[in-house]
Structures are given as C-alpha cells and as structure tokens.
Design a protein. Structure first.
Length: 264
C-alpha cells in the first residue's frame, strides 16, 4: 500500500510534473534490474557489514579501501560518518565531483539531480551506488550498465558498460547516464510506495515510466535541473525498444501515480 503522505505529495505536483508509462529492456546492453528486490547478504560469523559495503571483523576498524574493476570483487566505498541520503562511491571516495573518470562524475551528478526532483515532490529517496557493486548487491549480467537492490537501497554501475551503451545507441555519455540513473531511482521510488510487481517486465516498465517523468521535469523549467534539459526523444533512444519507449512516453505525459499503476 502506498504511503499516504507521499502519495499526496505526488498528487499535489501532478499538474506541474506529468509522468506516465513503462517498458522493459529487451535488447542490447539493457539496465539489469533483475536483482532489484535483493537484500544485502549476511557476513560470516564474527564479521559485520560495514558502511563501505564489505565484511570486516566485528572488532576491527574500517578496512583500507581498495579499488577493482571487476563486478565480482566489489569496491570498498567509504560513506561519510554523516551519511547522506544519496551517494556514489568509486572505491576510494564518495565525492566524485573531481573524479578523473567522466562516468563516475556523471553518475554522481545524475543521482543528485534525480534525487533533487523527487525531493521537490516531497518524496524521500535513499540510494547508495557503488562502482562495480558492493557486498550482497552485484549483478550476474556481464552487460548491466547499472542495478539496484531496492530493499537495502544500494546498487552499482559499470563504467565500461555505460560507455558501451552510449556508443551502441548513439547517445552522449551524459544523456545515457542520466536516463539510466533516473530509471534506477525509479525502482527505489516504486518500491517505497509498495508498487513493486512480481512481474519483472512490469517493474522495468514502471521504472522506465519514472525516467520519462524525470525527462519531463527537466524540460518544464530551465532552472529545474542543474544538468539541463533531457529531451523525450533522447531518453527514448537510451531506454530503447518499443515497450520501453511506450513507458517513457507515458511517464512524460502522465503522473507519478500513473507510473506506480502502470501495466505494459
């Protein structure tokens, strides 16, 4: 059941932000959200899961961060003691504004921007993304661009697959990442309202719908998004496929409630 206060917050802005529709990834390097309902795995006896997303001895201090590019070996990702609602960490830091990796910078900027939209709609978003994933929230797909585990509110992204997706679909790296992150945050919002479905296709299309709503928000007022305008056509090119495009369009023209109730 949806949380009444949040639903009212969404409905109050429905006239200004028009969302609707959803669709699934059916071809190419799709955003892999098949694990979006997983929870963080448990650590062995005598170990605890730390804020950096790794198992460490219960009586030990926070381990030294390590860096890896393999999704099979998650990064250590230090989150500040005063944990923010959203963050993106690359294995050594969680302030990626000056990162040498353009993908990492854009993931952090996009996450902040999408969360800002939901904040204006009085919807709280909590999501911590880790480069290449973290303990208990990794993807089995070698072509996943990004993924989330909605129960634990964590997720990950693959820089290599983000670049490949942009190349394959003829979209800029920035637009690709923005649409992708909007989709992933959409999963978190849908779950928070109790609107997740047992059908993966429905969940994916609802998240695509939310991404369409983000695109709409960026076009309503040039001051809305710190990253500028993300057009409907561009969003549809990133979230490619007839079913996904129908969802994005529905999100662009409907309301957030339309997205939570959407069925492909």
């Amino acid at each position: 059941m949806m949380k009444t206060a949040r639903v009212l917050g969404i409905l109050a802005v429905a006239a200004a932000l028009v969302l609707s529709g959803c669709s699934t990834a059916t071809e190419g390097r799709a955003q892999d959200d098949s694990i979006s309902t997983n929870v963080v795995g448990e650590c062995p006896s005598g170990y605890i899961l730390t804020k950096i997303g790794k198992c460490a001895p219960a009586d030990a201090t926070q381990p030294t961060p390590t860096t890896t590019t393999s999704p099979a070996a998650p990064n250590a990702n230090p989150i500040p003691a005063s944990e923010p609602d959203v963050s993106a960490c690359d294995g050594t830091q969680c302030d990626l504004s000056t990162s040498d990796d353009e993908v990492d910078r854009l993931v952090a900027e996009s996450l902040t921007d999408v969360a800002a939209m939901w904040d204006r709609l009085n919807v709280d978003v909590t999501l911590h993304l880790y480069k290449d994933g973290t303990v208990g929230c990794q993807t089995d797909s070698e072509t996943a661009t990004a993924w989330v585990c909605v129960k634990s509110k964590v997720g990950g992204w693959s820089p290599a697959e983000m670049r490949a997706w942009a190349t394959d679909h003829g979209t800029s790296l920035e637009d690709t990442i923005r649409a992708t992150i909007a989709h992933e945050v959409g999963h978190i919002v849908i779950y928070s309202f109790g609107a997740s479905s047992d059908e993966m296709v429905t969940n994916e299309t609802r998240a695509d719908c939310m991404a369409g709503g983000y695109a709409k928000w960026t076009t309503l007022d040039p001051n809305n998004s710190a990253m500028g305008r993300l057009s409907l056509d561009t969003t549809k090119r990133v979230l490619k496929g007839p079913r996904r495009n129908a969802a994005v369009e529905a999100g662009f023209t409907g309301t957030p409630t339309t997205c939570t109730e959407y069925t492909p």
